[in-house]
Design a protein around this ligand. Sequence first.
Ligand SMILES: Cc1cc2nc3c(=O)[nH]c(=O)nc-3n(C[C@H](O)[C@H](O)[C@H](O)COP(=O)(O)OP(=O)(O)OC[C@H]3O[C@@H](n4cnc5c(N)ncnc54)[C@H](O)[C@@H]3O)c2cc1C
Ligand code: SF4
Length: 428
Amino acid sequence: MSKVTMGGYTAEAETGFNHRTAMEEAARCLLCEDAPCSMGCPAGTNPGDFIRSIRFRNTKGAAEIIRENNVLGGSCARVCPYDKLCEEACSRCGIDRPIEIGKLQRYAIEQEKIFGMKTLKKPRSRKKGRVACVGAGPASLACAAELAKAGYEATIFEREAKAGGVLSYGITPARLPQKVVDWDIATVKGIGVKFEFGKEIGKKITAKDLLEKQGFDAVFVGAGLWKSGSASVPGEDLKNILSAVGFLKKARAEGGFKDMKGKKVVVIGGGDVAMDCATTAKLLGASDVHIWYRRTIEEAPANIDEIRYALSLGITITTNFAPKSFGGKTKVEFAEFQGRDGKSEAKVCCDYAVLAIGQQAEDITGVADAALSGKGCIAARGGGKTTVPGVFAAGDIVNGGKTVVEAVAAGKEAAETIIAYLDKKGVK
Ligand SMILES: Cc1cc2nc3c(=O)[nH]c(=O)nc-3n(C[C@H](O)[C@H](O)[C@H](O)COP(=O)(O)OP(=O)(O)OC[C@H]3O[C@@H](n4cnc5c(N)ncnc54)[C@H](O)[C@@H]3O)c2cc1C
Ligand code: SF4
């Protein structure tokens, strides 16, 4: 374990492989010809290929293979649900246990950073096309990187001061240290992608303006989901009832939640986001953190390791109870819950309540007047095409909220669609 300090708290981050343990793990790989592990990766990384390079002590080659497929290889090595993707598909599962692909990927990218390896290079020839990407989350970063590699000018417009989207403003640094995200972003910058921070598209400038007034040939929208889901219960608008992303974002900021010491915090939800919020509250100094989930622990979508980590910090998890109401004068003072059996009830005192019950799309019509699907997401088909010519979209804003690696895969696919569109338009 190593220490990670972020904003107002310090967390323990899991340590990765060293040279010896990486070599030992790589030596367990069967180097399968059909590499079933590669079928499990949405971004198209072939673990067999980069593990082979590690085995032959060609760490630069390994990092190149990872980066070529996934420019956010460092972040994905920390947060991908490997157990449900490549590691689940690994042939060694049938023998003893799967190869620790995630940790080997992490090792290769750590070596890339330590030795300052240049694994992705700027293309030699430039093309005329200019593409604007809205948002600097995984989807836009992957899309812009693919476009830059193909020689196009890609500019990312981000309303925040930092790139990364949920990587920088959501996921807890105990699982994803900021320096890992920053190194991935440095790789994206290194291949020529431009960034404009503090620029919110949809207020003064729209996608239409970018196309018609600012000379961009196409616009990609990777705006993610930044509106909190609602518990739809009385008292929800009291002070100190926070959205999961709002809570995590403030917790990471310098000076955020200075008053958390000794406080009682209620977290509602059963996914990884709920676990992140609860562990963050505890690490900020809350004395009592209690997770309430409406179904059983077996039904909880959170990763079992995250649940174990929360329990190891002394966090209580009560299952089969859903929120009924919140109460208090101006700030939340208590929360009431209704049991799944329809009879049981519970009431607890709290200083903060965090709603980790899913994210929704903000009103995106100001950005682009594209047709929407359910829950206000953008309806995109055929690799990111929206109903507005020249405007493409992918990531959470299209799929309704999935994973980082799926946002990367969708961003890459959208880049291919954009390149085909530019070719057709004769922008070469
Ligand atoms: C707390 C939390 C924990 C998670 N943990 C995991 C995990 O462990 N593993 C995993 O695989 N996935 C996890 N996810 C899901 C994952 O983070 C998302 O699927 C992924 O980040 C989606 O990428 P995206 O690029 O579509 O959107 P985002 O990451 O949301 O990025 C969108 C970006 O667009 C910007 N933006 C929005 N609107 C505008 C605008 N109008 N103008 C300019 N900029 C704008 C936002 O500021 C943001 O930077 C988690 C999600 C959350 C919320
Ligand atoms: S499936 Fe497992 S053993 Fe086979 S190449 Fe992939 S990581 Fe190695």
